[in-house]
Design a protein around this ligand. Sequence first.
Ligand code: SAM
Length: 292
Amino acid sequence: MLLEWRQADWKPDEVTKMGLRFESVPDGTRITIEHDEWGSLLGDRRGELAGWFAGEVAAPLFQAMGPTRFGDWLTDRRARRPSGAQARAGYRDPVYHRPNFKVILKALSLTPSDFLLEVGCGGGALLQEALRSGCRAAAVDHSPEMVKLAQEVNHDAIRQRRLEVREAEADQLPFPNGKFTCAALTNVFGFLPDPHAVLVEIRRVLAKEGRLVLFTVSPEMRGTIAAPEPMASRIHFYKDEELMKLTREAGFADVRVERPNLEPFAREAGVPEEHIQAFSGRDGQLTIGLKT
Ligand SMILES: C[S@@+](CC[C@H](N)C(=O)[O-])C[C@H]1O[C@@H](n2cnc3c(N)ncnc32)[C@H](O)[C@@H]1O
């Protein structure tokens, strides 16, 4: 890559050249920056300017363009802590997540006497469906933009004091012991750095006989349309046995993992016909537990 910088239009012959050379080396790519012909305009401070360019321009550019940084940025923006107009539009009506919502709601079979907690609620679309049962609910998310969207999408329920949505971390729930009759999580568990702490915290805020329903994407789905890169490399995928072990270790009883066929739920949710096939396997994991 060669950049040429003409410093002043009244001195057209003064050209600064900047070359970037990329070479394949074992374990990566070596990038060499070469400066040439700084020209008389810059006097004798060439070394300083070369340092400025390398440190202030080239290094941050390469850091930002590196696959790791870019992958982290994209994962945060799209899923791990969503932000931006595209995320807000997607989570307002996450049609491809609705089959999971329907499976969760079937497992919970909510009634007006339920008090549901959702952890990692995104734009509040599952809450919106859950509240149709007449239950009360509360939810947390650590993305300020998702909290705002979930509040907006569910403003009627908030006004009627049937719902509160708060910005909080999953392992520090701002609720007292034993407040909820059930808890749901979907598409969030794989991002949690300390899943044990989160399950213990959820158990704390559940009442006796409180039900936990946790939807995750199975390891078989890593790298598919359900869990594409760069997100897939940043999600922890759990085997069924690992989910059961974690849930039991957090103190839940009657723990089981189901592998529901999502296809009928995808049809019911209005997933476009050409994408129904992607829901026909048993690749979603539904972990169910009870606080005794
Ligand atoms: C992939 S989105 C799923 C959103 C929603 N559950 C859905 O299925 O549409 C994951 C959500 O979990 C939230 N989240 C991730 N880690 C969290 C944590 N440690 N505490 C609270 N929220 C978290 C993110 O901000 C994001 O809104």
